[in-house]
Design a protein around this ligand. Structure first.
Ligand code: ZN
Length: 407
């Protein structure tokens, strides 16, 4: 009977914790992705409001500022918003990283980070929605979700009454969308101040796990024990998609270049990516809770032996797009026009060229899959097999054509 009571208490405690985490995650995301923060474009008042919110969270947790007086690390950079023109349009922008330290008097330090800036009102044409100029890009998944995870891990590690065998630096980066500017500016400073930094874990877009339950983790080749620890701690409800490269489309790359082992958590692309519709209500909070407890157990395992060896990986610049074996030989237009996949250009000698597809043509169907945009296009390609024939429907000069292509 006594055991039963202990058992119930133990599990009811876990249950309350999970609910509490989800509630907190939801609060952070809905505030950061609300219209009042105007899409958090680097250097704007909206981003400053987000910085203020994150800083207040760190302050309430009694974390130590990076410098003696402030959680904010200011940096400036020039940004050319018109790089393909011979009339460059260069702006000087001030970004603000938010950096907090949890001092456990340990030798080694782990960095947990995620960017908090986003696209604003699409001032710099980084949206995938062609008609979105002036609309607020809330960036709930990209990357209020990652920031919420950073804040909740900071809360957990600072309030758990356990002195971990590592110190933690919690950092929310600015300027990511404009070229990883914040992490480039702070990674060297962290490495210099804490030379025994042996891990950087980056969350970028962690809130949209779909029914495949796939969690993508990059950087697993940057230290020898990562793969086994990631697999050993994995709950049965999620699948891991591991990628070895330390370089990827987000802030961990800047730490990899400082010879620090990195891990990059990402739940994948979706049709609201870089659109005004990346909103809070589409976030999968339950799965974020699962990722939170999984990350925590991975970090706890790694902290047990924190002198992590750094290993170089192939410098594969993996974009935020899936890989597929079949290629049509076109440059797709990533903007969503709503009527199919627009061909930006055709590569000579590849299937599309051979079969007469041209720049400006619109692909509407491949095999059995209707193509409406870049995502359905990639999905369609991923279903194809080599040496087989498939029907492709496309619009050329307002005329619909169907051809059969052998890949
Ligand atoms: Zn982004």
């Amino acid at each position: 009977m006594k055991y039963l009571v202990v058992f119930i208490l133990f599990f009811s405690h876990l249950y309350v914790d999970a609910q509490e985490i989800e509630k907190n995650l939801k609060k952070h995301i809905s505030i950061l992705a609300s219209d009042s923060l105007q899409g958090r474009l680097t250097g704007t008042i909206g981003e400053e409001m987000a910085a203020e919110y994150i800083q207040t969270q760190f302050k309430q947790l009694n974390l130590t500022p990076l410098s003696s007086f402030s959680f904010i690390h200011n940096f400036s950079f020039t940004y050319n918003s018109n790089p393909h023109s011979n009339q460059p349009n260069t702006d000087t922008i001030i970004g603000k990283n938010i950096v907090a330290f949890l001092d456990n008097r340990a030798t080694h330090t782990f960095v947990i980070g995620g960017h908090y800036d986003h696209l604003g009102h699409n001032e710099y044409n980084l949206s995938t929605d062609v008609n979105s100029k002036g609309l607020i890009h809330n960036g709930a998944d990209d990357n209020a979700s990652g920031v919420a995870m950073v804040i909740e891990l900071a809360r957990n590690y600072s309030q758990n009454n356990i002195i971990e065998p590592v110190n933690f630096i919690f950092v929310c980066f600015s300027g990511e969308e404009l070229g990883l500017m914040g992490s480039k500016a702070i990674s060297g400073i962290i490495k210099q101040k804490y030379p025994n930094t042996s891990l950087m874990l980056n969350f970028d877009m962690i809130g949209r796990m779909d029914s495949n339950n796939n969690l993508n983790i990059g950087g697993v080749g940057t230290s020898p024990n990562f793969t086994s620890i990631l697999n050993d701690n994995k709950p049965s409800s999620i699948n891991l998609v591991l990628d070895s490269s330390g370089v990827g489309p987000s802030d961990h790359s800047s730490f990899y270049y400082q010879d620090i082992p990195v891990l990059f958590f990402f739940t994948g692309l979706h049709s609201d990516y870089h659109k005004p519709t990346d909103d809070t209500e589409k976030i999968n909070l339950g799965k974020m809770g699962t990722i939170f407890s999984y990350t925590k157990s991975v970090l706890d395992s790694l902290a047990g032996n924190p002198n992590l060896t750094f290993t170089l990986t192939k410098l594969k610049q993996k974009t935020k797009t899936p890989n597929f074996k079949i290629t049509l030989g076109i440059f797709p237009d990533y903007k969503d026009y709503g009527d199919g996949l627009h061909i930006q250009d055709v590569i000579e000698g590849k299937p599309a060229y051979t079969y007469g597809l041209k720049k400006g043509d619109i692909i509407t169907r491949i095999g059995k899959t209707n193509v409406t945009d870049i995502y359905t296009y990639m999905e369609a390609l991923s279903k194809l097999k080599k040496n087989k024939r498939y029907r492709i429907t496309y619009i050329s000069n307002k005329k619909t054509n169907t051809i059969k292509i052998k890949f």
